[in-house]
Design a protein around this ligand. Sequence first.
Ligand SMILES: *Cc1c(COP(=O)(O)O)cnc(C)c1O
Length: 461
Amino acid sequence: MRHSPAELKRLDRDHYLHPFTDFKALGEEGSRIITHAEGVYIFDADGKRILDGMAGLWCVNIGYGREELVEAATHQLRELPFYNSFFKTTHAPVVKLAEKLCQLAPGNMNRVFFTGSGSEANDTVLRMVRRYWALKGKPEKKWIIGRENGYHGSTVAGMSLGGMALMHEQGGPCVPGITHVRQPYWFGEGQHTSPEEFGRECAQAIEDRILELGEDNVAAFIAEPVQGAGGAIIPPDSYWPAVKEVLARYDILLIADEVICGFGRLGEWFGSTYYGLTPDLMPIAKGLSSGYLPIGGVLVGDLVAETLIEEGGEFFHGFTYSGHPTCAAVALRNLELLEEEGVVDNVRDNLAPYLAKRWAELAEHPIVGEARSVGLMGALELVADKTTNARFDKSLSAGNVCRDICFDSGLVMRSVGDIMVLSPPLVITREQIDELVDLARRALDETAARLAHAQQKELAL
Ligand SMILES: *Cc1c(COP(=O)(O)O)cnc(C)c1O
């Protein structure tokens, strides 16, 4: 039986609790039904074509509608839809995927542990870091330093490693032994000084915290190479080199959460490659399968892997779906396609510089305080006053207004507060980038008009 859109919306409201959603508000407004997708476009139940500037949720790197992935899944579902690898068993898709990932990852990474998602990958990281230091005879090295406004998932460990204040408020008490330092968010928190100086200040904050806690008590530092969910926050160029120096000075593991930056987003296979980092652990997910099926994992550097292998005995951790054969087969085919079609190189050499140029033009818009991008990730800072970078009144929800206007006019951009975020499929063309920038500009015009109107109404009251 086929449900009408109206009926689907009613059933959606009555039975489905959406993730990261105000259930009641959504119930009143109703959901938009997405029916199908092709390339960089999604289509809704009204037949409207919408340019997906978020690649699903930062994940559909290869674009929609790839038959090769359908075939990889279908073939594997027929052959062996599921088998676990708990009982000294394995299967070809997971082994081939593990090998491929280690071939693409930085040279010190030769092992991978699979999970079902990015959150589970970060839970795994927490377990591995603690186990590693225990095996090294330093169980007191327990503290993990994360960052305010960092995002590492929504399980209890993921939420605790992340620095999202609202999640901590609802989900606490958090996992103990995790602390957060300031984020390298120049536009939001660093305008008292130059970006370069601010990057160094933020690295210094890590060192200060290490010394506060005692170097012998700190296990690891966790960060996204570029913060995604926090608002596409691109660190100043001085940040990562200074962080590397700090971490090298003390005996502390580096965890680079590559769930968004991995698989070409920054024009390299990993964000760590882009910034010249040599992490000890890299959680991965999202773009690993281009979102076609759920799969995540942790790439484990030799230092940690060899300790766990040689000295660890049984590691009491794993998931039913660790190394799921069908998900692994699809992920492997996805990586092959990205490689065969030169998608990542094309981002670096062609699309990223083109987006950077076109995106920067939006900085001239009257309500844009900053337009920034790296690779195929971008952000616009919405401001009420360009000369002072003063924000719109919170009650106006400028970001959400702009997001809704974008969606209605045929473009998905996400709002994080008053930051508009962009992360399109990596197979977008230059012409489609032109279309995207045009749609964004028109949405900004309409946002400006609507907010001015709302402000006037407020003044009149
Ligand atoms: C999305 C995300 C996660 C969580 O991944 P899920 O698959 O949603 O559990 C973790 N880290 C980062 C950086 C993410 O962007």
